[in-house]
Design a protein around this ligand. Structure first.
Ligand SMILES: [Mg+2]
Ligand SMILES: [Zn+2]
Length: 320
């Protein structure tokens, strides 16, 4: 169910085009969202890869693999909601969600609506470049990459949105793989968004995740792909996310891994209710500063643990 209420703040509206929105997002969580001019300052409540990022293989020498959700984790807001809102299609999107059509399918329809408004792929890219990515999250990603971690994204957004935003923020080269819904520009210049799992052919059977993508299944495959060499090397996984599907991904983690749920978001609530199901260490975060601090300390802990496993010594890794 998707509800939308836009409360125009009359005086500020006239002065700075300030709006307060309340959404029900893809996890069914209410979001209060403040938009001032073209930037959102606060919000509450998520493939097939291209080129070098194709497939599941992992670098054999990687000691720590960090897997990030994208929307409301790397990006401050939800990129799907951001684009729909910016093109004035929030009401249309809400009405279509009420029909029970899957979110991913509706986003493809929204791209058709945007195209019929005469907007180009460049207009969508410009819109995406305005979405806020917290500077501490950008620095956390760069630090983790510099420390030698293998960074990946597992997201229910789509490849075009994610690549556009990462490239704009100079972060694309930090990631080795992106697992998300595939996208392409068709012959008429419209963006098409397809499901990661083709649910018309087979159903993944997970009730936590949407039909187009089960993050738990993808995490299991991702971890299994590096298990032979990776297990020998004692590699560690760290997973960072905010949504219900990120809880499903967290279920795949082992005792030596780390789950970083965003506090007071759906993943956090599911972790609190199902603590016995989570084998990994859990370390919460709330905002950009928190994500950076918790991620870097989790990486340090994972590297120390790796060194103990590999060498039987207790020296701290040189990266920290
Ligand atoms: Mg998310
Ligand atoms: Zn799932």
């Amino acid at each position: 169910m998707y509800m939308y209420l836009c409360i125009s703040i009359s005086i500020l509206d006239l002065l700075v085009n300030c709006f307060c929105y309340i959404h029900i997002d893809r996890d069914g969580e209410p979001i209060l969202l403040l938009q001032i001019t073209s930037k959102r300052y606060w919000c509450r409540g998520e493939g097939k890869a291209i080129g070098k990022m194709d497939g599941f293989g992992s670098g054999e020498e990687t000691r720590v693999v960090v897997v990030f959700d994208f929307d409301k984790t790397i990006l401050d807001c939800d990129s799907d909601n951001w684009v729909v809102d910016q093109f004035g299609l929030s009401d249309t999107f809400r009405q279509l969600l009420l029909t029970g059509t899957p979110w991913n399918t509706l986003m493809d329809q929204m791209m058709s609506e945007i195209h019929s408004l005469g907007k180009s792929i460049g207009d969508i890219a410009d819109c995406l470049r305005k979405a806020l990515l917290h500077p501490r999250i950008a620095s956390a990603i760069r630090s983790a990459h510099s420390a030698g971690c293998d960074l990946r994204i597992l997201s229910d957004a789509n490849m075009f949105f994610i690549k556009t935003i990462l490239e704009h923020n100079g972060l694309m080269d930090c990631f080795s793989m992106i697992y998300t819904n595939p996208s392409f520009i068709n012959e008429s210049g419209r963006l098409r968004i397809l499901p990661y799992h083709d649910f018309n052919k087979s159903i993944h059977g997970c009730n936590t995740c949407p039909p187009n993508m089960c993050k738990g299944l993808i995490m299991e495959k991702l971890m299994a792909s590096s298990s032979t060499k990776g297990e020998e090397l004692g590699n560690r996984f760290i997973y960072v996310g905010d949504g219900s599907a990120d809880f499903c991904a967290g279920l795949a983690l082992r005792a030596k891994d780390t789950l970083m749920p965003r506090k007071d978001f759906p993943v956090w609530e599911l972790v609190c209710k199902n603590q016995k199901l989570i084998k990994a260490e859990v370390h919460e975060w709330s905002d950009g500063e928190g994500l950076e601090a918790v991620l870097l300390s989790s990486i340090k802990r994972a590297l120390i643990s790796y060194c103990q496993h590999e060498n039987g010594n207790f020296d701290e890794p040189s990266a920290y």
